[in-house]
Unconditional design. Structure first.
Length: 285
């Protein structure tokens, strides 16, 4: 049976397919994104604090924060948002599955004397709103953490946890790191790289749920900074799993033209765009 010529695609299924394809593109045995490991979380935290200052400022400024607000931060990582938000609101609940990430978050909160951050170590998909959280929250935020397979279910739960508004920050196009994987995957391994779902897909899911969000686009710069060229090349060889002389040559030939001198070191950077997708609590269900 042929579909009706005007039938809409199921954007939730498209999201699932793109998420699964993107995960299938990951290099086997790559443990650099195991966020239970403290050393990985500390590495991410160190780079996030130097690279993402502008994005974090834009994100915090875009939220309707008030002194009395209760905030739910989904996929909080090492506190990239939770830590700067906490002094501006009544309380923050950070949901994060990675043990290493939460260890780093708690360490920073202790150093900064922040006592209004509570942590829930779970994937958002596994969170029980009644048992794990003190919902509803004035502001629900998920910043670059929408890795759930069933995004429609995840969005329903976010809306249910909200009393005021929901704020999602997600990639509008391929971020710089993903462009690099897309360029190098076939030359290095013979396998194509599949990008993950983007904000257009997210908007489609929300639209089919009867939620018509406001959307604002923001620039995003990804930057890698090292002391010298050799350190930079060593990092990317490891990042892309280059072990043979031919693979090392491919990575070096790709990265070298991107390296520029800046200050006392070297930098590789690229631009992309992220979307702020937001809506007020939806009562239609």
């Amino acid at each position: 049976m042929h579909p009706h010529p005007f039938s809409e695609p199921d954007w939730n299924e498209i999201w699932k397919q793109r998420q699964q394809l993107q995960e299938s593109s990951k290099r086997p045995g790559d443990a650099t994104h195991n966020w239970d490991k403290r050393e990985n979380a500390e590495r991410y935290d160190a780079s996030a604090r130097s690279e993402y200052d502008d994005r974090v400022r834009r994100t915090v400024a875009a939220l309707p924060l008030t002194r009395d607000a209760r905030v739910l931060d989904i996929g909080a990582g090492p506190g990239v948002l939770a830590l700067p938000i906490a002094p501006l609101v009544r309380e923050v609940t950070a949901v994060e599955p990675g043990a290493g990430m939460l260890e780093v978050l708690r360490k920073h909160a202790g150093r900064e004397g922040l006592k209004n951050i509570s942590c829930v170590q779970k994937r958002w998909e596994d969170v029980d709103l009644a048992a794990d959280l003190a919902a509803p929250y004035d502001i629900v935020v998920a910043s670059l953490s929408l890795t759930m397979h069933d995004i429609r279910d995840a969005l329903r739960k976010m809306n249910a946890a909200a009393a005021g508004s929901v704020h999602l920050f997600w990639f509008a196009d391929m971020p710089f790191w993903e462009k690099m994987y897309a360029d190098l995957s076939v030359p290095l391994s013979g396998q194509p790289y599949f990008p993950g779902p983007k904000a257009d897909c997210l908007f489609g899911v929300l639209y089919q749920m009867g939620i018509y969000p406001d959307v604002t686009m923001h620039p995003m710069v990804k930057e890698y900074r090292f002391g010298n060229r050799d350190e930079m090349l060593a990092f990317f060889r490891q990042r892309f799993g280059a072990t043979t002389p031919e693979q090392v040559r491919i990575v070096d030939d790709y990265v070298s033209p991107l390296i520029r001198q800046e200050g006392g070191g070297v930098v590789v950077s690229g631009d992309s765009t992220f979307a702020h997708v937001r809506w007020k609590k939806h009562h239609g269900w």
